[in-house]
Design a protein around this ligand. Sequence first.
Ligand code: 4AD
Ligand code: MG
Length: 466
Amino acid sequence: VVDIKGGPDEGLDRLGQTLGVKGWVRTLRVQSSVTFIEVNDGSCLSNMQCVMTSDAEGYDQVESGMITTGASVSVQGILITSQGSKQKVELKVEKLVMVGKSDPSFPIQKKRVSREFLRTKAHLRPRTNTFGAVARVRNALAYATHKFFQDNGFIWISSPIITASDCEGAGEQFCVTTLIPSSREAVDSPANAIPKTEDGLIDWSQDFFGKPAFLTVSGQLNAETYATALSDVYTFGPTFRAENSQTSRHLAEFWMIEPELAFADLNDDMACATAYLQYVVKHVLDNCKEDMDFFNTWIEKGIINRLSDVVKKKFVQLTYTDAIELLLRANKKFEFPVKWGCDLQSEHERYITEVVFSGSPEIKAFYMRQNDDGKTVAAMDMLVPRVGELIGGSQREERLDYLEDRLDDLKLNKESYWWYLDLRRYGSVPHAGFGLGFERLVQFATGIDNIRDTIPFPRAPGSAEF
Ligand code: 4AD
Ligand code: MG
């Protein structure tokens, strides 16, 4: 028996056939002559309504009270037109098999539970409508990301997770430590096996087989090496930031998409960022209709219209100076005062996106290309409503002497960037790229307001349990 999967319209062409569904019981309604069991297998938002009468095989399990919310079941029956208004088809049950019963302590019994509560149940929250929908939309965005870049001739590069460099130079890195090899402590309690010096301090010489190493904050520098050999490339993988911030937009572990374009400048970079965002948003609107309707009704009213505008409308481009002027003219007192040269804070980004959809540069990592004015760099951010900064990108400094000066100015160690400088020694080309925080994209596309609800197992201060 073939299982039926996916979508409210699924099965309309298979009426009268014997089909199956395997999934988890959402609700059970026992009425005098029939029992309704709503089964969800995660392939779509809607449940399969299974209608059962007492003559069906396995009905004793309903009678004995074993079929409860959370239990896993395998059901077979004939697909028929539903009389109910909520679904088009339903399964007239011939046979019900209980696969795994659910203890009465199953914590997601109620129809609506708060997302704060569900964060403490990260192992069970994908069983809810909201987290099922987020997982499917996240998947669609990942698929569309690869599709967009592959169709445009970009090559996907795996950048390393363990690295010695700090791309953003902000010192927000997690350090990699080698545990005392195969010690009893390492097995019983990894924390006790962190190598210590005689005075009880952590022995940093033991880091990564004797050299310091960190979890990457960005794959950009590695992507640049491949862009200066294979032309357009992109990375898509996990990155880490040791920011001890409890905000709704920051995670300690997040996925980043980082295209790097060879023989390209900042305008090419912005055009790529815009085309990419429009493509993935359109993909989700076209392919995740049921889930998007759900978000539109329950999470953020009007999100479908807002996303449709992203696909149709031109993005507003704003220079840094214009953005500062806009903020100075704002009839609003900001917590962080605005003046030319300051880094834009979330409150400023929010204000700007309330007024316009925009792109604007921020403060200056060492690799950003210096403009002719000698004081600004060729960088951009893409800000979107509700999320703020979604993308940060720049044209890279391809001139060896400028880059060396810049490293000196920032007192960064030139020796450790020898390989990065080599790219400027051997066939340097103008190139540009950007980084997009994947979880912020999921926030933007679903309307979910806390970033911790956009990734299956969020890593943030105080949450690494699951
Ligand atoms: O602006 P950022 O720090 O830029 C870079 O890392 C560049 N090396 C990218 C590049 O040009 N290849 O980070 C890029 C994006 C931000 O715009 C934001 O969307 C996201 O990464 N991001 C975070 N997302 C979640 N949690 C955090 N702690 C984040 N920090 C940055
Ligand atoms: Mg940034």
